[in-house]
Design a protein around this ligand. Structure first.
Ligand code: LLP
Length: 432
């Protein structure tokens, strides 16, 4: 049985998270409940920051991709851990700023930022705006002229490497709504346009090759392709771009058979590829950034639910229905994503094989997971779904007017509420 870091079973057969009894947490805060392991998040950040400061040029730092999990407390933790953050919307930017996150360490992404969002970013002096289209270049330059300032930008580049979990191919990536492709020349022409924008300073080239990747090779390849492009820009314009941003993508462990790389195992070949390519191509070493999301917060999250009913349909399957579902975790409905589901109330007993864990939304596809083997639950038991720290709360909805769950942070046997459970009135608050 897979357990994520910080999880154990105690002497009364209950799951514990950072030494805290999950069944007691479920009782105290109610369910569904997102439980976030602060210690693990901080430790992951420290591993990223220390590897990067030891192995890359001065000024390099990792930016937490806050689309994975965005709330005030996360940005406070990231600030304390000396991370940068990547935001992709006015909402994430607003949250980061409200949390007191230093604006110069915020990188603002998005393939279709609105003029309002760009204005907000410039007025708040974000560190970099990662520009994604020619229209955005023009709009941003106009905003900068109007506000009489110079805006530091990056450009989102499609390096022609597409990475999937176990498989990656090197063609076909032109077909993406994000960025400028190297292959067809649009990236070079965007660089030239950017260099001619009076109030923009082109500092960075950025690429993001995919998410939940278990391989090092596509990252190393991306570094090589990007640095080759740096050299091409130099030969065409006489300018060296100062920063390389490799985006996110390192995978997390969801089920037993997943074997994601350790943070250092992933960064070592990236650092080697960067140093080798710089030497081979005689390129000054750029400042290095990456944007890990899932690998920082994924395994740090556990969702607790209460079993409401169990339907054994003879010769068909057994549905175990819980008090949450696709409104708090849409990843199975959307991607058929794998999850480990445990009975947090029992560590021994008969096994229920091949169970379907269903949610409470009015939709047959509202499932958390199928084919689950777990200790036979009874109504009222607490179920734990592991590795729900990334892209669960951040993709949560109010479907069926579901209330978004509470979130707590746990660390060394302590727990604190960081997001309150929504109330019916919260859901009504914008209705007129
Ligand atoms: N940087 C950029 C520009 C990105 O687009 C992303 C993710 C990241 C960084 C962070 O990637 P990570 O380290 O978390 O793999 N909703 C999907 C994931 C979408 C990821 C989109 N971009 C899911 O639930 O699996």
């Amino acid at each position: 049985m897979m357990l994520t870091p910080g999880l154990r079973f105690n002497e009364i057969g209950h799951l514990t998270i950072e030494g805290l009894d999950a069944v007691s947490l479920a009782k105290e805060y109610g369910t569904p409940l997102y439980v976030i392991n602060e210690k693990l998040i901080r430790n992951n950040c420290k591993r990223y920051t220390s590897f990067i400061s030891d192995n890359f040029k001065a000024g390099s730092f990792p930016c937490y991709a806050s689309k994975a999990l965005s709330c005030l407390e996360i940005y406070r933790v990231m600030k304390e851990e000396n991370m940068g953050v990547d935001v992709v919307s006015g909402g994430e930017l607003y949250t980061a700023l409200k949390a007191g996150f230093p604006s110069e360490r915020i990188f603002f992404h998005g393939n279709n930022k609105t003029p309002d969002e760009l204005n907000m970013a410039v007025k708040n002096n974000v560190g970099r705006v990662i520009v994604d289209s020619l229209t955005e270049l023009q709009t941003l330059n106009e905003i900068a002229i109007e506000l009489n300032c110079k805006v530091k930008i990056g450009l989102r580049i499609k390096p022609g490497i597409e990475a999937h979990t176990h498989d990656y191919i090197k063609t076909g990536q032109i077909d993406s709504k994000f960025g400028f492709s190297i292959e067809n020349g649009e990236a070079l022409s965007a660089v030239k346009t950017a260099l001619n924008c009076s109030n923009l300073e082109l500092c960075q080239l950025h690429c993001h090759i995919g998410s939940q990747i278990f391989d090092t090779q596509p990252f190393a390849d991306a570094v090589e392709v990007m640095l080759g492009f740096f050299a091409k820009i130099y030969s065409e314009t006489g300018i060296w771009i100062k920063e390389l941003n490799l985006g996110g993508g390192l995978g997390a462990r969801y089920i037993d058979t997943d074997s994601p790389l350790e943070i250092e195992e992933y960064l070592t070949p990236v650092a080697n590829a960067l140093h080798e390519a710089c030497q081979k191509m005689n390129i000054p070493e750029p400042v290095f950034h990456i944007e890990p999301g899932r690998s920082i917060v994924g395994e740090a999250g556990t969702t607790l639910y209460t079993v409401g009913n169990i339907k054994e349909i003879e010769n068909v399957r057994t549905y175990v229905s819980v008090d949450g579902g696709m409104a708090d975790n849409i990843r199975y409905a959307l991607y058929k994503a794998d999850y480990t589901v445990l009975n947090a109330s029992r560590s021994s007993g008969n096994i229920l094989n091949n169970a379907t864990i269903a949610g409470k939304c009015c939709e047959s596809g509202d499932l958390i997971q199928e084919g689950v083997d777990l200790i036979k639950p009874e109504v009222g038991d607490t179920l734990a779904v592991l590795t729900t720290g990334a892209y669960n709360y951040s993709m949560a909805s109010n479907y069926n007017r579901s209330l978004k769950p509470a979130m707590i942070m746990v660390n060394d046997c302590t727990h604190r509420l960081i997001i309150k459970r929504e109330t019916y009135d919260d859901v009504l608050k914008n209705d007129i």
